[in-house]
Write a protein that binds this ligand. Structure first.
Ligand code: MTE
Length: 335
């Protein structure tokens, strides 16, 4: 995001190779979760993911520590044939303003985030308000691996194998009332562990929102991991949202509260600049940001001198899955 000034179970060997990735993922969190039995198993998706990424058949990496059990998603549209973004790029080029405004900041500073114990409160217009411990949330439904494109409003995109399950699984459990029309997602705002929360860039906590039907769409993912491992702190550990047809800022990280409302939630970026960041924020090459075009994007990892920009696709390429949600709406007005 540019700011105005500058803008469920298994056993597996502990890694004989403790790679950089584990450092990124927050090794202590992984070990705690593994010890608690909430996570941990041989992750069968690794081989197919590698094959997808490299265009070759690959066998599971020996000794790889797999944190999250998952199966390939059966949700239509969840798998793309695009080359995966390197883990290193996906975990070092981040937007997480609670840890600084520079893309490199979160990977450097988010180690301070304490992800255990962690609870997510469900409140508002629901029959069954609840307070879920992360361990229970992890087991609420089967974890799936879903490869989604994520297009940032700033003009760059990545292709990431997320691990999680459809948010709709959780929503069904808490039974929204007939009056619930929207869902608000609130991120943690802890000044002690999040250095960026001291800044006035945004009105903390980071809040995002979806219409209830958008939140119920099977593509909307409640995510706990990526690349077969728990989320690194900088990518929104221990639980975040991924809404692949909307600009990246709609995918709130490190969620602590999910509230059902009858009014559109006041979202952080909309409060900061309503004319620039609308409530819907569907990826749309035909609706420019007031300060730049949204017609093309730069795929992270394709940064060479001769790398061509890619054409941005309506709904980030997920039109067949989500287009109906917006039938008859003026997408220029409801941007
Ligand atoms: N969630 C919180 N709490 N704070 C943030 O600053 N940034 C958003 C979104 N979720 C943000 C957030 C933006 S602008 C983007 S593009 C995506 O996270 C980036 O996710 P990634 O770092 O996993 O690629």
């Amino acid at each position: 995001m540019l700011i105005k000034t500058n803008r469920d179970g298994f056993a597996q060997p502990l890694a004989s190779e403790i790679t950089d990735r584990l450092v990124y993922a927050g090794r202590r969190d992984l070990i705690k979760l593994l010890a608690s039995g909430a996570a941990g198993a041989a992750l069968t998706a690794w081989a197919s993911r590698e094959a997808l990424a490299q265009g070759t058949a690959a066998s599971p990496r020996p000794g790889k520590l797999a944190a999250l059990p998952s199966v390939k998603s059966a949700v239509p549209g969840a798998v793309t044939l695009d080359k995966l973004t390197d883990y290193k790029d996906a975990s070092s080029y981040n937007n997480f303003y609670e840890f600084g405004t520079d893309k490199a900041d979160p990977a450097k500073t988010a180690h301070t985030l304490k992800t255990s114990p962690w609870t997510v409160e469900i409140e508002g217009l629901v029959k069954k308000p609840a307070r879920y411990a992360l361990e229970d949330l992890l087991k609420l439904s089967a974890q799936q691996e879903r490869i989604y494109r994520l297009r940032c409003v700033e003009g760059w995109s990545m292709v990431i194998p997320w691990v999680g399950y459809s948010l709709s699984e959780l929503i069904k459990k808490v039974e929204p009332l007939g009056s619930a029309k929207y869902v608000e997602f609130v991120s943690l705002a802890d000044p002690k562990t999040m250095p960026g929360v001291g800044s006035r860039v945004l009105d903390w906590p980071y809040v995002e929102g979806l219409r209830l039907d958008e939140a119920m769409h099977p593509l909307t993912l409640l995510s706990f991991g990526m690349y077969g491992e728990l989320l690194p702190h900088q990518n929104g550990a221990p639980v975040r949202l991924v809404v692949p047809w909307k600009y990246g800022f709609k995918s709130g990280k490190s969620l602590v509260k999910i509230r059902f409302t009858d009014q559109p939630p006041a979202t952080a970026w909309n409060k900061a600049a309503a004319n620039e960041y609308g409530f819907y924020s569907n990826v749309n090459p035909d609706v420019d940001h007031p300060r730049w075009s949204q017609a093309t994007e730069r795929r992270i990892g394709e940064d060479g001198l001769f790398a061509k920009k890619r054409k941005t696709l309506i709904f980030n390429g997920y039109e067949a899955q989500v287009g109906q949600l917006y039938a008859g709406m003026d997408l220029k007005k409801f941007f």
